[in-house]
Design a protein around this ligand. Sequence first.
Ligand SMILES: *[C@@H]1O[C@H](CO)[C@@H](O)[C@H](O)[C@H]1NC(C)=O
Ligand SMILES: *[C@@H]1O[C@H](CO)[C@@H](O)[C@H](O)[C@H]1NC(C)=O
Ligand SMILES: *[C@@H]1O[C@H](CO)[C@@H](O)[C@H](O)[C@H]1NC(C)=O
Ligand SMILES: *[C@@H]1O[C@H](CO)[C@@H](O)[C@H](O)[C@H]1NC(C)=O
Ligand SMILES: *[C@@H]1O[C@H](CO)[C@@H](O)[C@H](O)[C@H]1NC(C)=O
Ligand SMILES: *[C@@H]1O[C@H](CO)[C@@H](O)[C@H](O)[C@H]1NC(C)=O
Ligand SMILES: *[C@@H]1O[C@H](CO)[C@@H](O)[C@H](O)[C@H]1NC(C)=O
Ligand SMILES: *[C@@H]1O[C@H](CO)[C@@H](O)[C@H](O)[C@H]1NC(C)=O
Ligand SMILES: *[C@@H]1O[C@H](CO)[C@@H](O)[C@H](O)[C@H]1NC(C)=O
Ligand SMILES: *[C@@H]1O[C@H](CO)[C@@H](O)[C@H](O)[C@H]1NC(C)=O
Ligand SMILES: *[C@@H]1O[C@H](CO)[C@@H](O)[C@H](O)[C@H]1NC(C)=O
Length: 295
Amino acid sequence: MLLKLLILTTAVLTVTAQKNLAKFGTASQSSYFDVNKGNPVNAVNPPISNNFSVAICTHTKDYKIGDNKTAWWMFNISFGTAYITDISIYYRENFAHRMSGFKLYVANTTKIPPVGHLCYADPGSGNPNITQSIPCYQLGQYIIYYDDKGSTDENVYYGPIVELCYVAINGCEKTFWGNNCSQSCSKNCIDQHCFPGNGSCVWGCNCTGICNAHCLDGCTENRTGLNCKKYNLATAGSVSQNSNSSQPSSQVNDGNFSSCSSIEGSTWIQIDIKKISIGTELFFIIDGMFDYISS
Ligand SMILES: *[C@@H]1O[C@H](CO)[C@@H](O)[C@H](O)[C@H]1NC(C)=O
Ligand SMILES: *[C@@H]1O[C@H](CO)[C@@H](O)[C@H](O)[C@H]1NC(C)=O
Ligand SMILES: *[C@@H]1O[C@H](CO)[C@@H](O)[C@H](O)[C@H]1NC(C)=O
Ligand SMILES: *[C@@H]1O[C@H](CO)[C@@H](O)[C@H](O)[C@H]1NC(C)=O
Ligand SMILES: *[C@@H]1O[C@H](CO)[C@@H](O)[C@H](O)[C@H]1NC(C)=O
Ligand SMILES: *[C@@H]1O[C@H](CO)[C@@H](O)[C@H](O)[C@H]1NC(C)=O
Ligand SMILES: *[C@@H]1O[C@H](CO)[C@@H](O)[C@H](O)[C@H]1NC(C)=O
Ligand SMILES: *[C@@H]1O[C@H](CO)[C@@H](O)[C@H](O)[C@H]1NC(C)=O
Ligand SMILES: *[C@@H]1O[C@H](CO)[C@@H](O)[C@H](O)[C@H]1NC(C)=O
Ligand SMILES: *[C@@H]1O[C@H](CO)[C@@H](O)[C@H](O)[C@H]1NC(C)=O
Ligand SMILES: *[C@@H]1O[C@H](CO)[C@@H](O)[C@H](O)[C@H]1NC(C)=O
């Protein structure tokens, strides 16, 4: 039982062990509390805690009643697009009511109100946790904490205020995955784009030959197609043809698109798939010169 628990814990840790992208990029925010006070960069620098002061947390300007403003904090990842897995937020202690109703986005533009993927919207009823880990599997360049809901402090109404004491943005830059993002995504992944947690291609494989589900080594022998999701009925078959080839005829059904059987003249090729099967499509690669095909 103990062993089982240990394995489970390790698995959970591995999933969230990409890297903190907040170390690579620049932070900005909608307004400043005061000159050099509550600067946006404070959110990505330690200490990692809810302890508050304008020297170690961000703080946008206080908007009082009648103001109709929104407040935001934004991070621009220097790598360009990155695959975000989760975002951790340490908010100001005892001020959760100011966080109420916030929204967290991953976006490709700096537009405000944000245009992008909404990772989380606080329901705005009751106080949010002042420390949160928000999962958000999404590709993008900008992380935006956005607030358009004000709050009441000791009977004084304030417009939205953003105070962040620490933010960790976990994920990997595009084309990398794994612990500390130390592994390269397979070149066979479309756009060399894979999930940070397991290296599987996000948009499937684009192999000129053979590939397995991770696009790393090759499809298991009788698989084929994008992401190896189809069975190749020809694999188990035997090939015959009516004229000799300079290459063995087995190169017709070996699943390797660049090894071919080469034949000339009036000819035919037959593949005996050895059992009665239902095929859904036929896929040929014909390379080189031919004069005509007649029927
Ligand atoms: C937070 O503040 C408390 C005292 O209020 C202090 O004991 C603690 O070390 C501080 N934590 C960090 C990470 O600075
Ligand atoms: C704030 O602006 C929004 C959008 O322009 C508007 O719908 C709302 O009535 C305004 N609120 C106040 C208090 O001015
Ligand atoms: C975001 O950072 C990148 C790389 O540092 C930079 O090229 C780009 O201009 C920045 N975006 C904005 C809106 O400043
Ligand atoms: C950002 O752009 C990439 C393509 O470059 C796209 O796959 C991704 O979904 C976009 N992210 C958002 C949040 O719109
Ligand atoms: C807030 O904290 C509670 C208790 O730790 C947890 O169950 C809940 O999921 C948290 N909510 C968020 C949004 O992080
Ligand atoms: C993560 O990788 C970077 C280089 O990409 C390296 O500088 C850093 O030490 C590594 N961190 C860990 C914990 O392995
Ligand atoms: C697949 O790879 C081929 C050859 O490298 C390329 O021409 C094609 O555009 C790629 N397709 C996709 C969807 O990436
Ligand atoms: C890899 O991770 C992604 C995102 O969590 C998931 O959708 C996918 O099913 C995983 N692939 C495998 C082969 O486990
Ligand atoms: C593919 O190969 C696997 C493992 O050898 C086998 O179990 C399965 O029946 C084969 N499928 C087809 C359609 O040939
Ligand atoms: C085909 O190969 C066989 C055996 O190697 C040979 O006897 C025959 O002459 C060849 N036929 C042609 C058309 O080259
Ligand atoms: C596919 O065939 C080509 C040409 O014969 C060869 O160079 C390559 O190594 C083969 N690939 C595999 C995975 O066997």
